[in-house]
Design a protein around this ligand. Structure first.
Ligand code: UDX
Length: 441
């Protein structure tokens, strides 16, 4: 059955969710406080790079199922299903999550709810948040106990956001066990098509649903840091971590995915989520359970310093006065997101040690300039490599994986390449008289 849905927040998560809910046949209102963002979306323009999202957005604007507004009143009047998709960044100077935006959706929306409604939280939040928000919403809403709050965590990956929303590998719903209501039935309506495809649907309590998300991200972060720790050992032992990953990955219990060693994880989720998870565990008296995540974080951050040291060694012990080409700025390929990007962090550290650094990324140039205006930016990989003493591949865009030595032979000053994502074929470069260095191989 088609429902009337409001989605609060139009960032990576909210914009994708709003467009995809319309794609499923619902009438959707996207709500944000950022007028510039809304204007872009209304014009059919996605304010960030996400493959496939623009088509879905345009199609549903055109058929009238998707609209945008800054008015909470309009949203409360229009919809009886509300999704919260605003950000929960890391608090400045602390590990804990900043819940200002989530809180403010409830504080503004709830007083406007005069009819029965279900609010589904999608944002990643510390366990216990949903319970607190539910109490607050029922207290503020004129409809009182007829307002339900449930949690429906999102697992979408940037670069695959549309696919992950329309064809997720599972749907998780947390409901308030103490107050049986309509949330599950409403969720079944909203996701009718997906459930029809046989996508697993796990209905649980609020706390478990919140933890599913944090636990999944903590596991993924751990998997990456595990293989990066193996990379450190491989380096010390003269072994090859890529072959090691392939070999252990054949064991179905381990699996090959998320075992790519390199400069480690970044982005708007994994780093802040594991920190918020540790902080929350401390608050609820389970801090010992998650001390290992501190090590996961340490291993990950060490990758960046290790990369800088490696580059310094390769150019002869000092970066001062050298020219370094950096290919890749986004935290991963197929994204223009540079939040906590290992690539940009490394580029910045190298520049601070006296090198002149030229950066190129297929999509993340504008975002990079905003946070690192002092780096030099090029318009192509070839231009970035002009006069380079060493070339670094820091994000594994297809364009960089496909590079061959002949593309760069004529422009670089020194034939040295460092593969921060172990995404190149060493032989290809070594056979053309390049010095190739991977991480842990
Ligand atoms: C992540 C989770 O995958 C997703 O389920 C959750 O909803 C949000 O957080 P995302 O931030 O889009 O998604 O990125 P992801 O694909 O998980 O990659 C995270 C980081 O890990 C990237 O910087 C990537 O380069 C790095 N990574 C990933 C590795 O270093 N090695 C790997 O093998 C895989």
């Amino acid at each position: 059955m088609s429902r009337r849905i409001a989605v609060f927040g139009t960032g990576y998560l909210g914009a994708t969710h709003a467009a995809c809910m319309a794609e499923l046949g619902h009438d959707v209102l996207g709500v944000d406080v950022d007028a510039a963002k809304l204007a872009k979306l209304e014009a059919g323009e996605v304010p960030f790079y996400e493959p496939g999202l623009e088509e879905v957005l345009k199609r549903n604007l055109a058929n009238g199922r998707l609209r945008f507004t800054s008015s909470y009143e309009a949203a409360a009047d229009f919809a009886d299903v509300h999704f919260i998709g605003v950000g929960t960044p890391q608090r400045k100077g602390e590990f804990a999550a900043d819940l200002t935006y989530v809180d403010s959706v409830i504080e503004t929306l709830a007083p406007l709810l005069t009819q029965p409604a279900v609010i589904f939280g999608k944002s990643t939040v510390p366990v216990g948040t949903a319970h607190r928000l539910g109490e607050r919403a029922r207290m503020l809403a004129p409809a009182g106990d007829a307002v339900e709050l449930a949690w429906n965590p999102e697992f979408l990956r940037e670069g695959y956001a549309v696919k992950d929303t329309l064809h997720p590998d599972r749907l998780v719903l947390g409901i308030d066990r103490a107050r049986p209501g309509n949330a599950e039935a409403v969720a079944r309506d909203v996701y009718e098509d997906l459930l029809g495809e046989g996508i697993p649907f796990i209905v649980t309590d609020l706390a478990t649903s919140e933890l599913v998300k944090t636990a999944a991200n903590a596991f993924l972060a751990t998997k990456i840091s595990y293989i990066n720790a193996m990379a450190e050992v491989c380096e010390a032992a003269g072994a090859d971590v890529s072959v090691l990953a392939d070999a252990i990955g054949h064991d179905a219990r381990i699996g090959r995915r998320f075992l790519n060693a390199g400069i480690g994880f970044g982005g708007g989720c994994l780093p802040k989520d594991i920190r918020a998870f540790m902080a929350r565990a401390g608050e609820i008296g389970a801090d010992e359970a998650l001390t290992f995540l501190r090590e996961v974080d340490n291993i990950n951050m060490r990758r960046r310093t290790r990369m800088v040291e490696l580059v310094r060694d390769i150019v002869g012990g000092s970066l001062l006065g050298t020219r370094v080409a950096v290919l890749g700025a986004a935290f991963k390929p197929d994204s223009d997101d540079v939040r906590d990007s290992p690539a940009l962090n490394i580029a910045g550290q190298i520049q601070l040690q006296g090198a002149s650094v030229s950066v190129y990324d297929p999509k993340a140039m504008e975002n990079s300039r905003k946070i690192f205006p002092t780096l030099e930016y090029s318009t192509s990989a070839k231009e970035a490599c002009q006069g380079a003493d060493v070339t670094l591949v820091l994000t594994e865009w297809e364009e960089f994986r496909a590079l061959i030595p002949e593309d760069l032979d004529s422009v670089v000053r020194n034939r040295r390449i460092v593969d921060g994502r172990n995404c190149l074929n060493p032989g290809t470069w070594e056979n053309s008289n390049w010095t190739y260095r991977g991480l842990g191989r």
